[in-house]
Design a protein around this ligand. Structure first.
Ligand code: UD1
Ligand code: MG
Length: 451
């Protein structure tokens, strides 16, 4: 049975107090929306529809960045969750099967939970995700009789008796797609909020003799993000989970609480991550690598046995081969480092390739930017780049060549050659002493003048 996913992401998220639409606030380096899309992806949906409204252009861009196949629809006025789902009707007109509705601001729903809902769909026409919160607050309440879900009542519309119900609506709904839109067409906005509630479809379904039930999940899964405080709390929750996963996978974290992962960080067994390391999105670290303290990595790949840091910065496109070494205060971007190659101190290596066994001396800079365009630096194998070499790109230093320290290399250096590009040293005997004397005399004279 094919399944389509509808993700509601049109709301403003007023309580975030932000110009950024709520669903675009990042959690472990990915927008909230991407987390919701990711959970749904496990169902291998036939189609994924994102309903955007507030900040629609930015929301659509983020959704398509996560899944280029996702279909975007707009809800221009936020008239309620039921109205929001209806906006997806045309986009799903040509697909049969199930539809499942998720909220873009609810990032923790587990794929297994969605699968359990699809399984329950085999026996019931409409399936809703329920949970038992510690504090039922203003959630919609599930009115059950036995296994049957009779209706959902929103907090604002609930009687005291209904408010006493502890089973709440987590927001996810699954039904046959055609049935879902049929039921929605009967929903009105005659309620305390004046909104078209998605939740009203349950009572309507039961009135039509259809069956409905609830699948229950952990409260942690249905946690929605409404405020910056909740976002920070969610980040903390997710980080502890990611740390626990890394430890389970055989990664040593010297001080787990100080390491920050992205949602997609992949680290191999027997790697060591020292304290205060931050991973942005898109990082893979192979087994047996060491990331030393205070390093920042994003969009990069670190191979087996490589050592990074302390205080290193690997930016997108940094590719470190086996046994290579990036030391303190080194920044790499869009650059490959060959096997066993070393950039140990105070360097910038950008838009470059560095061959096997090459050593880059302290303070070396690839001058990749001319103020308008970026250019490539190519450094061969077993090259020795002397300290404080400026490599003015585009430039090539071929295999087994050397550059003298302090050189500004503007022309290609051929294989095995030594390039010296700096002023020649001159030594003037006795001149330093003479100069000191003159300067000290000048200082004394000035001090007298001041008095
Ligand atoms: C909803 C449920 C409530 C449930 C709670 C769980 C309804 C009517 N109520 O209430 O039973 O307990 O979630 O968190 O469904 N959205 C749109 N367009 C709209 C309105 C909302 O896209 O016109 C989106 C929001 O951006 C958000 C989601 O739908 O991602 C949920 O909307 P929200 O206003 O938070 O619903 P709740 O009042 O929390
Ligand atoms: Mg909400």
């Amino acid at each position: 049975m094919p399944v389509s996913v509808i993700i509601l992401a049109a709301g403003q998220g007023t309580r975030m107090n932000s110009d950024l639409p709520k669903v675009l606030h990042p959690l472990a380096g990915a927008p909230l929306l991407a987390h919701a899309m990711q959970s749904a992806q496990a169902l291998s949906p036939e189609r994924m529809v994102v309903v955007a409204g507030h900040g629609a252009e930015a929301v659509e861009k983020a959704a398509q960045a996560h899944d280029p196949a996702a279909v975007m629809v707009r809800q221009d006025k936020q008239l309620g969750t039921g109205h929001a789902v209806l906006q997806a009707k045309d986009a799903l007109a040509d697909v049969d099967g199930n539809a499942i509705v998720l909220f873009g601001d609810t990032p923790f729903i587990q794929s297994e939970t969605l699968q359990a809902m699809m399984d329950a769909r085999a026996k019931h026409d409409v399936v809703v995700l329920g949970f038992e919160p510690a504090d039922a607050k203003r959630y919609g309440r599930l009115v059950m009789s036995g296994d049957t879900l009779e209706r959902i009542v929103e907090f604002k519309d609930a009687s005291d008796e209904e408010r006493a119900i502890t089973l709440c609506n987590g927001g996810v709904v699954a039904a046959d797609s055609a049935t879902l839109f049929d039921l929605l067409s009967a929903v009105t906005n005659d309620n305390a909020s004046g909104e078209y509630y998605l939740t009203d479809i349950i009572g309507i379904a039961r009135g039509h003799g259809l069956s409905a039930t609830a699948v229950i999940c952990d409260e942690a899964e249905t946690q929605g993000i409404n405020t910056r405080a909740e976002l920070a709390q969610a980040e903390a929750t997710l980080q502890s989970r990611l740390r626990a996963e890394a430890l389970d996978n055989g990664v040593t974290l010297t001080a787990p609480d100080t390491v920050f992962f992205a949602h997609d960080t992949a680290i191999g067994r027997d790697s060591v991550i020292e304290p205060n390391v931050v991973f942005g999105p898109g990082v893979t670290v192979e087994s047996g690598a060491t990331i030393r303290a205070f390093s920042h990595l994003e969009g990069c790949h670190v191979s087996q046995g490589a050592i990074v840091g302390p205080y290193a910065r690997l930016r997108p496109g940094a590719e470190l081969s086996e046994g290579s070494r990036v030391g303190n205060f080194v920044e790499m971007k869009n650059a490959t480092l060959g096997e066993g190659a070393k950039v140990n101190h105070l360097s910038y290596i950008g838009d470059a390739s560095v061959g096997t066994g090459t050593n880059i001396g302290a303070g070396t800079i690839t001058c990749n930017y001319d103020g308008v365009m970026k250019h490539q630096t190519t450094i061969g194998e077993r090259v020795f780049i002397g300290s404080n070499t400026m490599l003015v790109a585009p430039v090539t230093v071929a295999d087994e060549a050397m550059t003298a320290s302090g050189s500004v290399i503007t022309k290609d250096v051929e294989e095995g050659a030594l390039a010296v590009a700096r002023a020649r040293q001159e030594v003037k005997p006795g001149l330093a002493r003479k100069l000191f004397k003159t300067l000290r005399a000048a200082k004394e004279k000035r001090q007298k003048e001041v008095k």
